[in-house]
Design a protein around this ligand. Structure first.
Ligand SMILES: [Zn+2]
Length: 358
C-alpha cells in the first residue's frame, strides 16, 4: 500500500486547496484595470489599481438618465446600477475615491443613488460650480446641492493642478482644475510644440467644462489621460504652445469626443495608441473629431456607442461596445506595468492586445 500513500495525500491537499484557495487567498492583482462604463453619453470610468484601490471618475446621470432627470431611487437608477455591476465585476466592495470632473448632470448626477448602493470613502472635485453655471446648463446647481450634502459627511479633497492624488499603486497627477492648468511639465518636455497650429478650438460650454478636473495616471510604463469635459483654452494650454503633458498610451477623449475636442494638436502630442470615446448614439463623437483621427492611422478609436450622425465614419464594429441603445456594455482595459495592455469589448468579450511601446 505504501506506494499509493503519497498520491492520496497529494489528492486530498489538492481538493482542500481547490475548495479554499479562491475565497481565502484571491490571486494578487497585477494590473491596472479601467472600466469605461456606458452611461449613454455621460461619463463614468472605474479604475482599480494593482493594490486593489477603487477610483471612480464621475457617476453618470441621475434617475432615468437625462439632464432633466432627478434621483428616483437606487434600485431603478440606470447609471448607478451599471456602475455597481462594473464594481462587482472588478471585485470591489467600496469606492475608495470618487472623483467628479465637474458638476454637469451627465457626470455628477448619479452620485446620490450610487452612494445608496455602495460605500464611498473619499470625494475629490473642483470645489463648487460658478454661479452662472446653472444658466448655461439648467440643473447644474441642483446636482451640486444634492452632491454637497453627501460630501459634507465624508473625506474631501479639492486638489490643484500639479498635485498628486493619494492613490496607492499608481501615480495620479492633476493636470487641470477650475480653469487653471499645470504650468510646469508633467510628463512633457516643456519645449515649443511643432504640432500646434492656430489658436485652438473654442469651448462649446464655457462655465463648467473648461473647469474640469483632469488627471494623468501612470502605472509603470503605462499612462492614461482623463480630462473630463476639459475644452477651450485650458485644454489647448496642456499641449500648446509648449508640450506640458507628453504622451499617453490611452486617452479618454475630452468632452465625449465633441466638436471642441477635435483639435489635432492634442492627439499629435499625446500620441495615444488607443483613443476612447465615451459617447452616446447622439451625444459626443463629433464628425470633426473622427475626421481628425482618420488622419492619424496609428491611433485605434474605441467607442462606447456607434455614433448615429450621418457624417461620422465610425470605428469598426468590433471596437464599438454598443451598436444601438439595446445594450449597455462597457469597454474594459487591463494594463500591465511594462506598458502593454488589453482592451476588451464588453459586448463581444473579445480582447485586443497592445504590446509595450518602444
Ligand atoms: Zn459631459
Amino acid at each position: 500500500m505504501r506506494p499509493f500513500l503519497p498520491a492520496i495525500v497529494v489528492s486530498v491537499a489538492a481538493l482542500l486547496g481547490a475548495a479554499h484557495t479562491p475565497a481565502e487567498h484571491p490571486a494578487p492583482r497585477t494590473t491596472l484595470d479601467i472600466y469605461f462604463i456606458d452611461v449613454e453619453g455621460g461619463q463614468s470610468t472605474l479604475l482599480v489599481t494593482p493594490s486593489g484601490e477603487s477610483w471612480l471618475i464621475d457617476a453618470g446621470f441621475p434617475g432615468a438618465g437625462t439632464f432633466a432627470s432627478t434621483p428616483a431611487g437606487a434600485d431603478t437608477a440606470r447609471d448607478a446600477q451599471r456602475i455597481l455591476a462594473a464594481a462587482h465585476d472588478a471585485g470591489v466592495q467600496r469606492i475608495d475615491h470618487l472623483m467628479l470632473t465637474h458638476y454637469h448632470a451627465d457626470h455628477a448626477g448619479g452620485v446620490p443613488e450610487l452612494a445608496a448602493l455602495i460605500p464611498i470613502t473619499q470625494f475629490i472635485d473642483h470645489a463648487a460650480p460658478l454661479p452662472e453655471a446653472d444658466a448655461a446648463v439648467s440643473g447644474t446647481q441642483a446636482v451640486y446641492d444634492r452632491y454637497v450634502q453627501l460630501r459634507a459627511s465624508a473625506a474631501h479633497l479639492d486638489p490643484k493642478p500639479g498635485d498628486r492624488l493619494p492613490m496607492n499603486g499608481v501615480e495620479a497627477t492633476v493636470l487641470s482644475s477650475l480653469g487653471a492648468t499645470i504650468t510646469t511639465p508633467v510628463g512633457g518636455t516643456g519645449a515649443p510644440n511643432a504640432a500646434c497650429a492656430g489658436p485652438g478650438l473654442p469651448a462649446q460650454e464655457k462655465t463648467e467644462n473648461p473647469r474640469s478636473l483632469g488627471v494623468a495616471v501612470q502605472f509603470g510604463a503605462f499612462r492614461f489621460l482623463d480630462l473630463g469635459d476639459l475644452s477651450g483654452a485650458p485644454l489647448f494650454a496642456l499641449t500648446c504652445p509648449a508640450d506640458l503633458i507628453g504622451t499617453a498610451d490611452v486617452y479618454l477623449v475630452a468632452h465625449h469626443g465633441g466638436l471642441d475636442a477635435a483639435d489635432a494638436s492634442i492627439f499629435a502630442t499625446v500620441k495615444p495608441r488607443v483613443a476612447v470615446f465615451n459617447n452616446g448614439p447622439r451625444k459626443g463623437g463629433a464628425a470633426e473629431t473622427f475626421a481628425t483621427l482618420r488622419g492619424m492611422p496609428a491611433i485605434d478609436v474605441w467607442q462606447l456607442h456607434r455614433a448615429m450622425a450621418p457624417a461620422v465614419t465610425n470605428a469598426p464594429d468590433d471596437r464599438i461596445a454598443n451598436l444601438d441603445e439595446a445594450t449597455s456594455a462597457w469597454i474594459k482595459l487591463s494594463a500591465k506595468r511594462d506598458g502593454s495592455f488589453t482592451v476588451t469589448n464588453g459586448r463581444t468579450g473579445v480582447a485586443t492586445s497592445y504590446p509595450t511601446r518602444h
